[in-house]
Unconditional design. Structure first.
Length: 294
């Protein structure tokens, strides 16, 4: 009986610890970038969706921006093509673009279904809907990598309308250029652009790493909180490499452009989103504005 009572009291403690965060972020917009391993594992996928649904039910206004890279690569291989990347960006010819759009739309509607199974109304949109994501052709280091878009402008009206009507928007990273050509967009870029446009209180990246380290290669000196200036120093020093480099660049750009704080979380940990937002310690890395750090 005593043990049971202890468990019950621990649950109460957890809820009490969450209370100030629920009060602080009530009616605030939170953008969740969802991709990586958390997306390819059915159970982790369900946990993420449960987390986002809970955020919605306690008064937050979440928006999900998702990727689908591993699934796109799987389908590209199925038609006998070799997936190719330049600087982490998928080389996207016309056929690959058609596959990417098909896969991303399927992923989008699967996520909508999962959210609705949990009793929350969701609407899936792509960046083509309502002129949400306008792009131009992206040429990294002057290379032509096909239909890969650089976001030039965001029209968040469709997202505001959905939030106002109590829907949870789920965004697929596809956009149109001025000539109405369809482009594939890096999901991190899309999440940052959306977060900046809606002046999100938080932007959470669910990734395949635990967060930031002072020495990323050796996984030494874990950083649970870091200012945007300190993050920019890490980039300048070359302490961060690989796929984390563009991600961190996106994070600092988001904070510099009105997003209150950015979280880098390990999406492989069940309920990482709730642990980061509702507990004092958190579990990932939070990137804050310099003034907030002080």
């Amino acid at each position: 009986m005593e043990k049971n009572m202890e468990k019950v009291l621990q649950k109460a403690e957890v809820l009490i610890e969450a209370l100030p965060y629920i009060q602080r972020f009530n009616r605030k917009i939170i953008v969740v970038k969802y991709g990586g391993s958390a997306m390819s594992n059915q159970e982790l996928q369900r946990n993420v969706i449960k987390d986002v649904t809970l955020l919605k039910l306690v008064g937050f206004k979440p928006i999900i921006v998702h990727g689908g890279g591993k699934e796109i690569s799987r389908w590209v291989s199925k038609v006998g093509k070799e997936p190719k990347f330049v600087n982490g960006l998928r080389v996207t010819d016309q056929e690959t673009m058609e596959i990417a759009e098909m896969v991303l739309n399927k992923v989008n509607k699967d996520l909508v279904t999962m959210v609705q199974e949990l009793g929350v109304k969701a609407v899936g949109v792509s960046g083509k809907d309502g002129g949400l994501l306008q792009v131009e052709k992206k040429c990294p280091d002057g290379q032509d990598i096909g239909f890969v878009g650089e976001i030039t402008s965001v029209n968040p009206k469709v997202l505001y309308d959905l939030l106002e009507k109590d829907f949870l928007p789920i965004v697929a990273p596809i956009g149109l250029d001025a000539g109405f050509q369809t482009y594939n967009i890096n999901a991190d870029d899309a999440a940052c652009a959306v977060a900046r446009a809606v002046k999100a209180e938080k932007l959470a990246f669910l990734t395949d790493v635990e967060g930031l380290y002072r020495n990323f290669q050796e996984k030494e000196g874990f950083l649970s909180r870091i200012s945007v200036s300190q993050a920019e120093e890490l980039i300048a020093e070359g302490s961060v490499g690989g796929g984390m480099l563009p991600k961190l660049g996106n994070c600092t750009s988001a904070v510099r452009n009105g997003v209150n704080r950015v979280h880098i979380l390990d999406g492989r940990i069940p309920h990482c989103l709730l642990l980061e937002i509702f507990t004092r310690q958190g579990i990932g890395t939070a990137i804050l504005d310099d003034s907030e750090m002080e």
